[in-house]
Design a protein around this ligand. Structure first.
Ligand SMILES: Nc1nc2c(ncn2[C@@H]2O[C@H](COP(=O)(O)OP(=O)(O)OP(=O)(O)O)[C@@H](O)[C@H]2O)c(=O)[nH]1
Length: 293
């Protein structure tokens, strides 16, 4: 699991690096066309020039969930296309021996700058994610959690959108370690995160909060929706069969899950306390339950 996430993140980071590099070279060539009037590349004069550059070819054929719905990637896609359109206009003027209005050149530069900034922001974000992966499960560690939750909290405050938190703790996990061994316990943790990642959306955030405790942040999600997600997770975890020996014998585990909203009226710490209390309420009521606060 970890390897898959790590590889995906590395792949996206490499593509971003290549895109930054290839656009830098592309920009140098464009300047030669605009200043020294050398012949332009035919690709840059096409209406879909943004799809023909190296980055465009990758972007429009890639099916990586991680980037498809990412808000910065969506903005990047827009500024990248706009930038190529402006470049096409500049080249057309030069080719037809006309002067370039300052306003058009400024507009082109603005889009280029926007695109570069978005590339850098994405690169940082993915590199941070990669660095903060829990080596066992592939969930995020707590390292960047507080900052991310603060960001989400501020966004919820500004946009009036509701976000939700869930806390999941495996029931009687110590017994799994005691009865089947630590490596089976590890396998249970890996499988639990796989369940979580199967149910969660790409931009939900999943943190390993403690040994067998996970915190989930679901942006743009109502309390009711979050409860529904938690219920799906609970039943999926409970149904999962975990093989614990060579004969293929299996064990099952259950989880207690608390849910609360990341309410702008309360602090992030208050929300974490509330979701923790809800999780303990589920545990106290016998486990394998979802409780909402
Ligand atoms: N295999 C494995 N075990 C871990 C890891 N991290 C923590 N644990 C174990 O998780 C267990 C947690 O035990 P408890 O806190 O008593 O929780 P519990 O047995 O689930 O009891 P309840 O939460 O009350 O249901 C301990 O035995 C830890 O050693 C890990 O990375 N791998």
């Amino acid at each position: 699991m970890t390897t898959v996430i790590h590889q995906q993140l590395r792949f996206v980071i490499d593509e971003i690096d290549k895109a930054i590099d290839s656009h830098q070279q592309w920009y140098q060539r464009l300047l030669r066309v605009l200043v020294s009037r050398v012949a332009p590349d035919e690709k840059d004069l096409k209406n879909d020039a943004h799809k023909s550059c190296e980055f465009g070819e990758w972007l429009y054929t890639s099916h990586i969930e991680l980037i498809q719905e990412h808000p910065t990637f969506v903005s990047l896609e827009i500024s990248h296309e706009k930038m190529h359109r402006k470049a096409k206009q500049l080249i057309e003027l030069v080719v037809s021996d006309q002067g370039i209005p300052v306003s058009l050149f400024d507009e082109f530069n603005d889009e280029l700058e926007k695109m570069r900034t978005q590339f850098q922001a994405l690169r940082h974000e993915f590199a941070d994610l990669d660095q903060n992966l829990d080596p066992l499960t592939g969930a995020q560690t707590r390292a960047g959690m507080q900052a991310e939750l603060n960001k989400e909290h501020a966004l919820a405050k500004r946009s009036q959108q509701s976000s939700a938190l869930a806390m999941l703790d495996l029931d009687h996990f110590k017994q799994v370690n005691d009865n089947y061994g630590h490596s089976v316990g590890d396998e249970v943790l890996i499988k639990t995160v796989a369940c979580l990642q199967h149910v969660l959306r790409p931009y939900d955030q999943l943190y390993r909060y403690g040994g067998e405790e996970f915190l989930i942040c679901m942006p743009n999600t109502t309390l009711e929706q979050a409860e529904h997600v938690a219920e799906r997770i609970r039943s999926m975890v409970a149904e999962q069969q975990i093989i614990y020996d060579k004969e293929g014998n299996t064990l099952q585990v259950t989880a207690s899950i608390g849910v609360t909203s990341l309410d702008p009226a309360y602090s992030v710490d208050d929300a974490i306390n509330k979701v923790d209390e809800a999780m303990y309420e589920a545990k106290a009521a016998g486990g394998n339950l979802v409780k909402v606060r």
